[in-house]
Write a protein that binds this ligand. Structure first.
Ligand code: ADP
Length: 480
């Protein structure tokens, strides 16, 4: 199958979140299954810095305020089509946010330009480039399925993936014409969303098939609690919506060959984790004590991530004899609360604020439990890294967390971690006690760790599931 992937981020070329990881990892996994993938990306400076062997394949005299070219080449091992439109994308730093910390006011036009280019690539404007399915990611690519469905030319199938429903790309109704959308599309059965033009809404309405990043999140977004206004449309399209859990890069996240983790270890040499734990305890000012279960957080500090719940339940971790190490960045108020809690429990609770990739690896290698207390979590990566590293996940029962971790008390034969009721600090406090009890039984603990480490977390399974969705999209193409 020939896939055109359209996204505003792609690891390692441009990243603001998990979307980038998927767009960077899924194409090679699809290629390994025999499919060809072209990734259509905005020409940010970071993309050009990595672009190799590029040739111009298309051009536009005017595309939202200036001329544009489309360059095809290689970047980060991927076949890419890059929209070279300096007036839209030659801006350093964050893909969506300017130096003042605000979103760029022309984001709607920037990503409409990306969608126009993707539409033309999909409809055969460039000779020798055939496309069977267009895979659009998040609101920034939401217009792609709409443009294709509203075009009278024969088109490939379309798939729209939601990575996080809370980002929706809502634009003013007055932009309809400038976005190249016909007046008849401005309705509930079209691109209209709460009186404006909804980019994500457009994609979710017009795409042949929809996916999100876990089966549980796929169910949750059909309800009013986490549907964020889209629940009506999503439940009406429930039969077209599939949840596919993200894979992880098992070469980057591999305790047996991680350059940041020395000595390396695997499921048969788990005792080596003790060295990593002692090192962490010393480095972060915790009492060096192998007997205390060391819990860790590696997270954005934010409401979604339940940082406030964690602070509320922290005394439960300490009361159960444990320690807590918090690596995080984000909301300054949340940082202050975490720091305040650490001051109450010297030697037992430690914090490090900022983003630090090396610490993230070393914490997964040395901590006993990785805590993810999210209120909602489309997929979540932290618990997957924990499983791979024998750092037992202690997770809220929501979204991708509940799809990837099995509670060891509820299902002793298959348990890989501990699951507590999402949004409930008391349940988290109880979970700390449950973990401490399991940790004290070393044989049981090792079994939990080993089951997690044996779980298949790579991209092949996910890529196979996407191929099935692409096939369904082809079959249902004329349905809308
Ligand atoms: P989200 O994308 O919603 O923040 P995920 O669990 O999907 O949550 O992904 C979070 C990723 O960011 C993980 O790879 C995690 O290790 C990493 N991460 C989060 N905070 C930090 C931090 N302060 N330092 C290092 N890595 C972090």
């Amino acid at each position: 199958m020939r896939v055109l992937m359209v996204a505003s981020e792609c690891y390692p070329l441009a990243k603001s979140g998990g979307l980038a990881d998927v767009v960077g990892a899924l194409p090679p996994a699809l290629a390994a299954l025999g499919h060809t993938v072209l990734v259509c990306l905005p020409g940010y400076p970071s993309v050009f810095a990595a672009l190799d062997a590029a040739a111009e394949i298309d051009s536009y005299p005017e595309l939202y305020g200036g001329p544009a070219r489309v360059l095809r080449g290689r970047a980060a091992g991927l076949d890419v089509a890059v929209v070279d439109a300096p007036h839209l994308f030659d801006r350093p730093g964050h893909p969506y946010v300017g130096p003042d910390g605000d979103e760029w006011p022309d984001n709607g036009f920037r990503f409409a330009a990306l969608a126009v280019v993707a539409r033309e690539l999909a409809l055969g404007r460039v000779a020798d480039l055939a496309v069977d399915v267009v895979h659009a990611h998040d609101w920034q690519a939401g217009l792609v399925p709409a443009y294709l469905a509203l075009d009278s030319r024969p088109r490939p199938a379309t798939v729209m993936t939601i990575h996080n429903l809370s980002f929706q790309g809502q634009m003013p109704a007055a932009w309809l014409g400038r976005l190249g959308l016909p007046a008849h599309a401005f309705g509930a059965d079209g691109v209209e969303y709460y009186g404006g033009v909804g980019f994500l809404k457009a994609g979710l309405y017009y795409a042949d098939q929809l996916t999100t990043v876990s089966p549980s999140y796929a169910r949750e977004i059909q309800g009013s609690l986490w549907g964020m206004g889209m629940e009506g449309l999503l439940s009406a399209r429930a039969h077209d919506l599939t949840g596919i859990v993200n894979g992880i890069d098992t070469t980057v996240w591999n305790p047996a060959a991680d350059p940041l983790v020395s000595p390396p270890y695997d499921a048969d040499t788990l005792e080596r984790r003790g060295e990593h734990k002692a090192h962490l305890q010393a480095q972060f000012g915790l009492d060096v004590d192998p007997e205390r279960p060391l819990f860790a957080i590696i997270s954005r500090l934010a409401w979604q991530k339940g940082t406030d719940l964690l602070v509320e339940a922290l005394d439960g971790a300490v009361g159960a004899g444990g320690q807590m190490l918090i690596l995080g960045s984000g909301d300054p108020g949340m940082e202050e609360r975490c720091a305040g809690a650490a001051a109450v429990y010297p030697g037992r609770v430690a914090t490090w604020f900022g983003y630090n990739e090396a610490f993230a690896h070393r914490i997964q290698a040395g901590a006993d439990g990785i805590v993810v207390a999210s209120r909602f979590e489309p997929c979540g990566l932290t618990q997957l890294y924990g499983l791979r590293y024998g750092c037992v996940p202690v997770v809220a029962g929501t979204g991708g967390l509940v799809d990837t971790v099995t509670d060891a008390d509820t299902d002793p034969d298959h348990g890989t971690g501990f699951v507590f009721a999402a949004g409930d600090a008391l349940a988290l406090r109880r979970a700390f006690a449950r973990v401490a009890e399991a940790y004290a039984d070393r044989e049981r603990w090792r079994a939990i760790q080993r089951r997690g480490m044996a779980q298949d977390l790579g991209w092949t399974r996910a890529a196979q599931a996407y191929v099935e969705v692409y096939e369904r999209a082809g079959a249902s193409r004329h349905g809308r």
